[in-house]
Design a protein around this ligand. Structure first.
Ligand code: C2G
Length: 129
């Protein structure tokens, strides 16, 4: 059973997020997603439209996602990798290199971001309508 782990805010869910989750799941058998809490979003300087519970509900409805855990800080990844026996850590390549320290504990994979889509872009398009 290959366990895959990824993290994110996943606000205003869009096909770029789904592409990432779909490819992450394909790398293994079970996908754990660390979902940034509202408090951690403040630390990340990210203003999410949807709160943690709303974003968690949406993520849990995605067939590629097997488990959603709270992401509360930058430091929890090593503990999470150990706790969930993670084989592969995955992030979009906007994070390329940033989590290489995890390669001591598991495989680290950066996947191409889906071009021309982001939660910010979606919000701007909706505002301009
Ligand atoms: N993503 C993507 N293509 C996009 C937009 C996002 O592949 N067009 C990927 C990101 O690279 C990330 C995931 O989708 O791997 C979630 O994106 P965000 O919610 O923006 O995640 P972020 O705020 O970067 O949080 O500790 C890690 C952080 O929590 C990552």
């Amino acid at each position: 059973m290959k366990i895959v782990l990824t993290y994110g805010t996943f606000d205003v869910l869009h096909y770029g997020h789904i592409n990432l989750l779909k490819r992450a799941k394909k790398l293994g058998d079970y996908l754990v997603v660390g979902l940034s809490t509202d408090e951690f979003n403040k630390i990340k300087n990210k203003k999410a439209l949807y709160n943690f519970e709303q974003r968690k509900l949406m993520l849990e409805s995605i067939k590629y996602v097997d488990k959603v855990i709270p992401e509360e800080n930058w430091e929890q990844k090593i503990d999470d990798v150990k706790k969930f026996n993670v084989d592969i850590f995955v992030m979009g390549d906007d994070w390329s290199g940033k989590f290489d320290y995890l390669s001591k504990y598991c495989k680290v994979v950066y996947l191409d971001r889906t071009p021309n889509i982001s939660s910010t872009k979606v919000r701007e398009i909706l505002k301009s309508r």
